[in-house]
Design a protein around this ligand. Structure first.
Ligand code: CTP
Ligand code: CA
Length: 227
């Protein structure tokens, strides 16, 4: 894929992208995690850099080489991801939350390995993680001008568009990229198909294709909102 011909419509813009999936410690050797590979987030970072943006990539447990031109901050848990994203987004033009953030974490991660005993295991109590995307949306509603464009992602299995639209409004984002999970798409696959929901505008369909194409469609919408 030749990136040399990419438009330079993000030159001078700072974008923060979260990618991958968080891990929530149960004990020093175990975690609750998810199937996110980071491929879509990395595609967003690569394409944004090619379009001239200054890119901060907050990567949660991603086994991929650093994309050219991005500053990579590695994190593990949702709380660490929140710190890194909020710190980087204070003066950013755009934040894209492509990471799969665990909704819950063990309430009381053990300091030493849980041992198998003769009886049944103790249940693991969970608490809710903060919703980083909603927090960014709330801050802006409270008058903070940054980030100027907030982009969320959602993987839905049912009522894809209705659920996506409700999520867009609930979280106060400008764009929400909705993926349909299944059919050989989304998690860990090179291809994706998506609908980009636009606050106050018409949805944009991105046909099945490489994750770079979904990324470029997102940046087209972002660039239009920034100009
Ligand atoms: N997200 C976030 N912080 C969380 C959970 C999710 O910032 N604690 C972000 C994700 O990065 C994504 C968007 O919110 O951009 C939507 O995530 P999703 O899991 O689809 O939404 P939830 O509100 O968690 O709803 P549910 O999982 O119940 O569908
Ligand atoms: Ca969730």
């Amino acid at each position: 894929r030749i990136l040399r011909g990419a438009p330079h419509d993000l030159a001078g813009r700072t974008v923060v992208i979260s990618a991958g999936g968080t891990r929530e410690a149960i004990d020093p050797v175990r975690f609750i995690g998810n199937r996110s590979s980071g491929l879509q987030g990395y595609a967003l970072a690569r394409t944004a850099a090619a379009r001239g943006a200054e890119v901060v990539l907050v990567a949660a447990n991603v086994a991929l080489p650093d994309p050219a031109g991005a500053k990579v901050v590695r994190v593990e848990s949702a709380l660490e991801l929140r710190e890194a994203v909020l710190a980087a987004s204070a003066s950013a033009d755009v934040v894209v939350m492509a990471a799969a953030v665990a909704d819950f974490r063990p309430a009381d991660p053990r300091g030493s390995k849980i041992k198998k005993t003769s009886g049944e295991p103790d249940p693991i109590d969970l608490v809710k993680n903060p919703d980083i995307l909603a927090e960014l949306g709330e801050r802006r509603r409270d008058g903070v001008p940054y980030p100027r464009v907030i982009v969320g992602f959602a993987a839905e299995t049912d009522d894809v568009l209705a659920n996506g639209q409700a999520k867009l409004e609930r979280k106060g984002c400008d764009l929400l990229v909705v993926n349909q999970v299944g059919g050989g798409l989304a998690f860990g696959t090179p291809d994706n198909a998506a609908t980009v929901l636009v606050a106050g505008g018409q949805p944009v369909e991105v046909p099945r294709g490489p994750k770079d194409d979904v990324a470029d469609a997102v940046w087209d919408q972002v660039a239009a909102r920034l100009s």
